[in-house]
Design a protein around this ligand. Sequence first.
Ligand code: SF4
Length: 323
Amino acid sequence: MSENLLEIKNLKKYFNVGSGTLKAVDDISFSIRKGETFGLVGESGCGKSTAGRTILQLYRPTGGEVSFDGELLNELKGREMMEKRREMQMIFQDPYASLDPRMTVEQIVGEPFDIHGLYPKEKERKEKVINLLETVGLSEEHALRFPHEFSGGQRQRIGIARALALDPKFIVCDEPISALDVSIQAQVVNLLQEIQERTGVTYLFIAHDLSMVRYISDRVAVMYLGQIVELSTSEDLYEKPLHPYTKALLSAIPIPDPKIQKKRQRIHLEGDVPSPIDPKEGCRFCDRCPEKMEICEKITPKLQEIAPHHEVACHLFHKEKPL
Ligand code: SF4
């Protein structure tokens, strides 16, 4: 088994809001291996983007630990943290909003060099920028243009080039394809995979769309209201989902074969997503779960390995039921 690049233990990120404490990320633990793509999926507002930002220390954790290549990130400050940031980058969801409209592509892609004082000589800097543009399927002729002159897919390529500028070991891809047309999504996913094959970079791929995560991820964790409810290899999660929430999410993905699609039963979830502000004890999926039991409202199920490399947080699968 390959070595872990990241180890996330009991990570929490809470925000104080007027009416209580918003538990955006509430005690999540997992590791990400060197060179793998780890998918993190769930509906909007489940805390997956906050988890990505907290892992990168863009939000300081309320509790828990993030270790990166054997080093505890929580303890790094100032210059040390800035140095470490070179190794960890982010690709943002919205390629329209994440690029400064007043900057040329060359300025945008080369900005990380300026921040970290790299390649002060103009010629070398330009060569590096062109190299990055070529890596993402753009070319020298695009360097002096502005973001509004590009399509959504091309803008996301610019965002990827910027993320690659410092040759990072780890990139958080925060819904990098959800703002793009379906036809462009596959191109961007293929590009990310090609880059990984070439450089060995590790990805945390955050998405609400389970269908695309399947193709890019080695392992997938499903999040619901700040917690991980299921974690397994991508294949197992899609072939043998266990948690009622994962099953419901998967049942909503259309299958491109009309005969199979006709036979499938979509699981409609009842009730609304509960508020993440001061959540009550018990399983957070309780109010919507078609398989709810008495114990579920009283005791919060913990994530447990119930088959090799397959963990689930649900009382249906836990051998020892405390009631
Ligand atoms: Fe449903 Fe209970 Fe499992 Fe929660 S613990 S998902 S309520 S069966």
